[in-house]
Design a protein around this ligand. Sequence first.
Ligand SMILES: *Cc1c(COP(=O)(O)O)cnc(C)c1O
Length: 382
Amino acid sequence: MQVPLLDLKAQYAPLREEIRAVIDEVCDAQYFILGPKVVAFEAETAAYCDTKAAIGASSGSDALIISLMALDIGPGDAVITTPYTFFATVGAIARVGATPVFVDIDPVTFNIDPAAIRNLLANWPDRFAGLTPRAIMPVHLYGQCADMDPIMELAKEHDLAVIEDGAQAIGSEYPSASGTQKAGAIGTTGCFSFFPSKNLGGFGDGGLVTTQDEALAEKLSQLRNHGMNPRYYHKMVGGNFRLDAIQAAVLSVKLRHLDEWHASRRKNAATYTAGFEGSAVQTPTMVYADAGVEHPHIFNQFIIRAPNRDAVKAHITEKEIGNDIYYPLCLHMQECFAGLGYEAGAFPVAEKAAGEVLALPVYPELTEEMQDYVVKSVLEAI
Ligand SMILES: *Cc1c(COP(=O)(O)O)cnc(C)c1O
């Protein structure tokens, strides 16, 4: 049996007519960049994310970049983040000329460890002495929110902005002491990606910045269009970070199904968790499951840990089961960041995870038969 890691054709089939109709509307209007479809989608996503504003962007990476630009973060500034994420998180910091400063992750959630941030701020390393800490950039990895209450508290204490990288977590909920909060509605800005493999995936690249700060929203929206306001007058230098109308139109259709897809992914995750019970396979922990939130995890990825990960990967690949390693090499070990001066062993929790994680198919349309086959094949290799 073949089980792909993700099957976007299965998601497209029931939506085909509806999506082709809205693409036709864009073709008939010949209005391709920003415009009414983007404005409508921004209003829908702001409502979905419980934020005052949402600004469409050209990608999740660019959403992170314009967030940093809007906060005037650049050379001489430090941004505290996780070494265990997709490259774009840290790439964005470097792209604006700021310096990423890493702390280790929590071994259960794989998210940035607030205690490690506290420790870093209390013992700022000598080699970063010339830098001003300006922001914390937590990532809601695999679809589960980082522990935001202590992060927001530290940010307040140290006058830091918080840029949430929610690329894998749109709609995920965090049970704050002050009530349920959605990813992207907690920090100074929230950044999302509509890369096709995310839970809300477009027909190409796309992204979004959310914020509760209306003045910042205005600045973000100008920065994504060359810092222009009014037309052909530029008080600041932005860039071409715009969302296309075709993407917005497709995403508006898909957004209406997002919560049911999240629920199906959670159901599939529960099936795997039951299937691996009692084995040496470690399954993900939904740390907010008992906190009364509807979406404690949206399972953009279902990640198992196995001490003999490479053997498991080889076996299930042989069995034609899609799988991948997110991520095999921590960011502080990447060649392009050698200049930061980190060495192997600096972040033992993240480094151990990189050697043990394996993503299994968890997309909503997966059948029970496919899941049984995946569980059986993984267990054969354990
Ligand atoms: C996908 C992703 C991004 C980048 O999004 P793009 O739309 O591909 O630019 C950033 N951060 C994380 C954690 C991601 O998973």
